[in-house]
Design a protein around this ligand. Structure first.
Ligand code: 4FV
Length: 410
C-alpha cells in the first residue's frame, strides 16, 4: 500500500537497494553505492524510496543515472534536485523499494528477503543464515534477470572469505557479528561466518566438554574430544588449506599486518577456548597457529575471535563503502604505514570554545596532508616510540616531526 504521496505505509516490507553517498558534479547529481548485482540493476526501478532521517520513506523519481568507475558506485540525478546544496540533504540516505514492487521470482529462485531466518544449505554443504534483509535484491544467478538469488547450488561468486568459529557460544558470536561493517559484509554475501559448537557433539547427558587438569590446580581444561572433531567438522566446510588458529595469550601478537594477510585468504578457522584453555594435544594435532590480541587473560576466546574477524573483514575489497577507506588508517599499508592516526574533527567548527584547526577548513589539500602527517608522526613519537624505531624518516617527515616538537614546547 502507498499513501497519497506514493510513500509506503507504515509496516510495509521494504528492501534496501543501496545507499546515496556524496553529491557529484555541479548539477545536483549524487553518487550511490549499489547493493544489487549487477550494481546497475538499481536503475531498473524508476521510483526509489529514500529513508527519511526520522524514519519512514519518501518517494523520489530517478531522472538519469549511470555507472561511475569500477565496483558498486553509480551517479544519479533525482527529480527536482538541481544543485550540490540540494543534493547534500540526500547524502547517506538508504535507497529502498517496497518488497511488493519486486518482480515475482521464478521457481527455485529466492530473494534474500524471503530467506531471512532460514538456514540455507548449499550444494557444497555450506550452512549459513542470510542476515537481515537490508540487501534483499542481490542478483547473483547468472540465469535470471529479475534480481534473484538461486539456491539450487552456491553460484560461482559465493563469499570471498569463509570463516568458521569453533565455540561453545555459537549464537553469541553470530549475534555479535550481525552489525555494522561486518554485518553488512555478511548480508551482502562477501564473507560467510559459520560456527561449530563442540557441546552439540557430546553424547553424554551432561554434555561434557571439559575436565580437571592433570597435575592438579584450579580450573578446567577443554577435552581433546569432542573439540578435535568439532574443529575437523568446521574445517571441512572451508576451502582446503585454510589455517586453523587458536586464540590464546600464548599466541603471536595479532596486528594489522596479520589482518591484511588473513583478508587475502579464501578461508580460516578460529578456535575460541574457554576455562583455563584446551588440552595441548589438540593444538599439536589439529591447530596451525596461535594468535593473541594482547597480554591479558580472557575468560574465553570469543571476544578475541570477534576482534580478529572485524579487523580482517573490513580490509576486504568492497566491504568499506565509498566514504570509508582502510587506505589511510593507522598501521595501514599505505604511505602512513605503521603510524598512529591523526586527530579527526567534524561539525560544529567551535565547541565549548574549542576550535577545529583552521588548516582543515582551508581547502588546501597539500597543507592538510602535511598537517595530518605531522600529527601522525608527532603522536606516534610521543605515544608509541616503538613504532618509530627502525622507521627511516624522509627529510620532510623529519622536518615535520621537529616542527611538531617545537610547537609542543610552546
Ligand atoms: C586470549 C588473548 C585469551 C585463553 C583461555 C581464553 C583465553 C581461554 N585470546 N588473546 N589474550 N584467551 O586470553 O587471544 O581459552
Amino acid at each position: 500500500m502507498t499513501d497519497a504521496a506514493g510513500a509506503p505505509t507504515a509496516g510495509e516490507r521494504m528492501v534496501v537497494l543501496g545507499r546515496l553517498a556524496a553529491p557529484w558534479g555541479v548539477k545536483g547529481w549524487l553518487k550511490v553505492h549499489s547493493y544489487t548485482d549487477p550494481p546497475a540493476a538499481i536503475l531498473d526501478y524508476p521510483v526509489w524510496q529514500l529513508a527519511r532521517p526520522g524514519g519512514g520513506w519518501q518517494p523520489v523519481k530517478v531522472v538519469d543515472g549511470r555507472t561511475h568507475g569500477a565496483g558498486r558506485d553509480l551517479v544519479v540525478a533525482l527529480e527536482g534536485v538541481l544543485s550540490p546544496e540540494a543534493a547534500r540533504q540526500f547524502s547517506s540516505r538508504d535507497v529502498g523499494l517496497r518488497r511488493a514492487d519486486l518482480p515475482a521470482p521464478k521457481p527455485g529462485e529466492y530473494y534474500w528477503d524471503d530467506l531471512v531466518g532460514c538456514r540455507v544449505t548449499t550444494s557444497t554443504g555450506c550452512h549459513w543464515r542470510p542476515g537481515t534483509s537490508r540487501k534483499s535484491t542481490s542478483r547473483r544467478s547468472a540465469s535470471s534477470s529479475t534480481g534473484i538469488r538461486r539456491f539450487s547450488g552456491m553460484d560461482a561468486a559465493g563469499p570471498r572469505l569463509s570463516i568458521e568459529v569453533v565455540t561453545l557460544f555459537a549464537e553469541r558470536v553470530q549475534a555479535a557479528l550481525a552489525m555494522g561493517v561486518v554485518g553488512r559484509a555478511l548480508e551482502r554475501g562477501l564473507v560467510r561466518v559459520g560456527t561449530e559448537d563442540p557441546r552439540a557433539l557430546t553424547t553424554d547427558v551432561h554434555g561434557t566438554v571439559d575436565d580437571r587438569s592433570y597435575g592438579g590446580g584450579p580450573g578446567m581444561v577443554l577435552k581433546v574430544e569432542p573439540l578435535a572433531t568439532a574443529i575437523e567438522r568446521a574445517a571441512a566446510r572451508l576451502p582446503a588449506g585454510s589455517p586453523r588458529i587458536y586464540l590464546s595469550a600464548q599466541g603471536r601478537r595479532f596486528d594489522q599486518a596479520t589482518a591484511r594477510r588473513l583478508a587475502t585468504l579464501p578461508g580460516f578457522l578460529l578456535l575460541a577456548g574457554r576455562y583455563e584453555g584446551v588440552d595441548e594435544r589438540v593444538l599439536d594435532e589439529v591447530i596451525d597457529e596461535e594468535l593473541s590480541i594482547g597480554d591479558y587473560v580472557l575468560s574465553g576466546g570469543e571476544l578475541a575471535a570477534l576482534v580478529v574477524i572485524d579487523a580482517t573483514v573490513r580490509l576486504m575489497p568492497g566491504v568499506l563503502g565509498a566514504l570509508e577507506s582502510a587506505e589511510q588508517e593507522s598501521f595501514g599499508a599505505g604511505a602512513q604505514g605503521s603510524l598512529l592516526d591523526w586527530p579527526h574533527y567534524t561539525r560544529p567548527e567551535t565547541w565549548r570554545g574549542r576550535e577545529v584547526p583552521g588548516v582543515l577548513m582551508s581547502g588546501n589539500h597539500a597543507a592538510i596532508r602535511r598537517w595530518r602527517l605531522k600529527q601522525a608522526l608527532g603522536r606516534t613519537a610521543e605515544r608509541r616510540p616503538d613504532l618509530m624505531a627502525g622507521r627511516e624518516l624522509t627529510i620532510e617527515e623529519q622536518r615535520l616531526l621537529d616542527e611538531y616538537r617545537e610547537e609542543r614546547k610552546t
